[in-house]
Design a protein around this ligand. Structure first.
Ligand SMILES: [Zn+2]
Length: 249
């Protein structure tokens, strides 16, 4: 079974989740469920397009189930003409890289309704909108509050406002722009660990002891108080706690 079709039927909880999740993704939003080897784009309020699929039995099985699930909550899945599956690399780390590159290539093709590629937008000038807080499911079955946000960018040609899933904006604009937040008065730019390291080296971070035991927060440079720091900790914000005094003296 499961070569072309599936007997699988979704449970009511999954249906409720799917309905909410699919609605929450804006048109032109891309959905890549983890570890499935398939990727879909919401092309209008009622249709998802299969964008890519690995040549893997589980991907096909997943896709067949997805057809059942999407149909059950009122969506069609379309497959482009001449669709070809992708052979996944054997090395899982290459797979993650390939997945990201593939997403980036796809992002380069995203377009406004007027035809302007999203990659031509002024991506630095985005606004972030808080949508709502939902109950998210953790892997252990417990739930946790999860904030949903959207990133808005404006078409330079037709001035349309394009709402995006933050993950999609991240792929389109890259880390540097994603890790910025702009409000009415200021822009906040996250520093990379290497930038933190350089600032620490130039003495920008001077910590104050938190308590009489001498604990304090500090950012580690290449060296700290004249001693070498292992490179995997450069630029990290750390808490410094003194060792027990007998070992210290
Ligand atoms: Zn436009």
């Amino acid at each position: 079974m499961n070569n072309e079709q599936t007997d699988w039927q979704p449970e009511s909880e999954l249906l409720a989740w799917a309905k909410q999740h699919f609605e929450s993704i804006p048109v032109n939003g891309v959905w890549s469920p983890d570890s499935t080897g398939v990727q879909y784009m919401k092309t209008d309020e009622k249709t998802w397009l299969l964008m890519s699929m690995y040549e893997h039995p589980e991907s096909k099985d997943y896709h067949n189930k997805m057809i059942v699930l999407m149909n059950a909550v009122g969506y069609e899945i379309a497959t482009p003409d001449g669709f070809e599956t992708i052979t996944p690399p054997l090395d899982p780390s290459h797979q993650a890289e390939m997945h990201y590159q593939q997403k980036q290539e796809l992002a380069m093709q995203w377009k406004c309704d007027c035809g302007e590629p999203l990659s031509n937008f002024d991506l630095e000038n985005r606004t972030d909108e808080y949508v709502e807080t939902i109950e998210g499911q953790l892997d252990n079955g417990q739930s946790t509050p999860l904030q949903l946000w959207r990133c808005h960018i404006t078409c330079p040609t037709c001035e349309a406002d394009i709402p995006m899933e933050p993950d999609d904006y991240h792929v389109l604009a890259g880390d540097g722009l994603f890790m910025q937040f702009t409000n009415m008065t200021a822009r906040y730019t996250a520093l990379t660990r290497m930038q933190n390291k350089d600032l620490a080296e130039s003495g920008m971070f001077v910590g104050k002891p938190l308590n009489d035991k001498g604990s304090m927060f500090c950012v580690l440079g290449e060296t700290y108080e004249g001693e070498r720091v292992p490179p995997w900790l450069w630029g990290c914000l750390v808490v410094r706690t003194h060792l027990p005094s007998e070992e210290n003296e």
